[in-house]
Design a protein around this ligand. Structure first.
Ligand code: SF4
Ligand code: ZN
Ligand code: ZN
Length: 306
C-alpha cells in the first residue's frame, strides 16, 4: 500500500507530476494551496473585488466554487441554462443542488427566456459551439456589469488551456494567443476574468471533487462531439502520459514568451443596441440574436460594503 509522503497514512492519490503519494487530508491541502498560489501569482483577486463564479454543473466549476469557498473567499454563482434539451435541465438542477449544499447564492439565466431560443435552435450556418462561447461570455459579463461584480471566475483547467493553446498555435491564431492566459484584465464594462484552476489537470480536479460528497454532471454536452479541442486533448494526454509535467511546462513556457504575441491596440466602440463594448456598431451578441433593445439582467443584490 502506498503511504502519504507527509503523514504516512494510506495514500488517496498517487501523482506522477510532481511524483508523490498523498492521503485525503494532504491531497486537499495540496490542491487548495496550488489554487491559492495561482491566485496570488497572477494577482487575480484583490481587496474589495466582487466575485462571481460561473457554474455549469460540471466538475471544474464545482471545484472552483468548492476551493474558493474553502479558502475563505466570498462570492456568488451564476448558471446559464443554454436551452440544450435535457442536458441543460440536468445541468441547472445539479448547479442548484451544488450551490444549496455549499450555501452559496446562485443566480440563473435562461437563454431561451432571454432571446427566444436555445443553443442549436437557431437557423444558422455557424456551429453551435462558435456562437455558444460568444453567448456565454456576453451573458456572464453583462450579468456581472449589471449587478456590480467586477471579477468572474471560470473553471478552465490545465487540460483546457493546453488544448486551446495547441489549437491556436496550429492555426496561428495570433489574436487569440495574445489574449490567452490565466487572467484577462478588467476594463470599462468588462469584468476581469480569472481561471483559478489554471495549473490543475482534469485528473487532479476529479480527485479533488471526489473528496466532497457533491454531485456533478458527468455527461458531455451533445454538441461537443467532434470538437477539435477533444482531439488536441487526446494528443496532449498521450504526451503527458509518456512525459509527465509537459502540459504545465507548455503553458508556463507560453506565458514566459508571451511578448512574441503582442496584442493589437483595438479601440472598442459602444454597441448601438446594448451599450456594451463592441468591435462594430452592433456587438456580436445583439447581432447574432437579432436584438433591438438591451437585455436588462439586473437582479436585486445587496452588496456588503463593510
Ligand atoms: Fe456550448 Fe459547445 Fe460547450 Fe455545448 S460543447 S456547452 S454547445 S460550447
Ligand atoms: Zn497525509
Ligand atoms: Zn450589443
Amino acid at each position: 500500500m502506498r503511504r502519504c509522503k507527509f503523514c504516512g497514512d494510506e495514500a488517496y492519490v498517487v501523482m506522477r507530476s510532481p511524483k508523490m503519494a498523498l492521503c485525503r487530508v494532504h491531497y486537499r491541502e495540496f490542491v487548495e494551496r496550488k489554487i491559492e498560489r495561482v491566485i496570488h501569482r497572477y494577482k487575480m483577486l484583490k481587496e474589495g473585488d466582487r466575485l462571481l463564479v460561473a457554474v455549469s454543473g460540471g466538475k471544474d466549476a464545482l471545484a472552483t466554487a468548492l476551493a474558493l469557498k474553502n479558502l475563505g473567499y466570498e462570492f456568488e454563482c451564476l448558471h446559464i441554462n443554454l436551452g440544450i434539451g435535457e442536458h441543460s435541465q440536468l445541468s441547472e438542477n445539479i448547479s442548484r443542488e451544488q450551490c444549496e449544499k455549499l450555501g452559496i447564492k446562485l443566480h440563473i439565466l435562461n437563454l431561451r427566456e432571454l432571446v427566444g431560443a436555445g443553443i442549436g435552435e437557431v437557423r444558422t450556418r455557424r456551429a453551435p459551439c462558435s456562437y455558444c462561447g460568444m453567448t456565454k461570455r456576453y451573458l456572464m459579463n453583462k450579468f456581472a456589469v449589471d449587478n456590480g461584480f467586477n471579477v468572474i471566475a471560470t473553471g478552465h483547467n490545465l487540460d483546457d488551456e493546453t488544448a486551446f493553446l495547441m489549437g491556436n498555435l496550429l492555426h496561428w491564431n495570433l489574436n487569440y494567443l495574445s489574449r490567452q492566459g490565466p487572467m484577462l484584465s478588467e476594463s470599462d464594462k468588462m469584468a476581469r476574468r480569472i481561471k483559478p484552476l489554471y495549473e490543475l489537470t482534469n485528473e487532479d480536479i476529479e480527485n479533488y471533487v471526489r473528496l466532497f460528497d457533491v454531485p456533478y454532471v458527468h455527461e458531455r454536452c451533445p454538441y461537443s462531439a467532434g470538437a477539435k479541442s477533444i482531439l488536441y486533448g487526446k494528443v496532449l494526454k498521450e504526451v503527458e502520459d509518456k512525459s509527465p509535467g509537459t502540459k504545465l511546462n507548455f503553458v508556463k513556457g507560453f506565458l514566459k514568451n508571451r511578448e512574441l504575441f503582442p496584442s493589437e491596440d483595438i479601440v472598442l466602440k459602444e454597441c448601438r443596441v446594448c451599450g456594451m463594448p463592441s468591435l462594430g456598431e452592433v456587438c456580436s451578441f445583439c447581432r447574432f440574436w437579432n436584438l433591438n433593445k438591451p437585455l436588462n439582467l439586473k437582479v436585486n443584490i445587496v452588496h456588503d460594503d463593510s
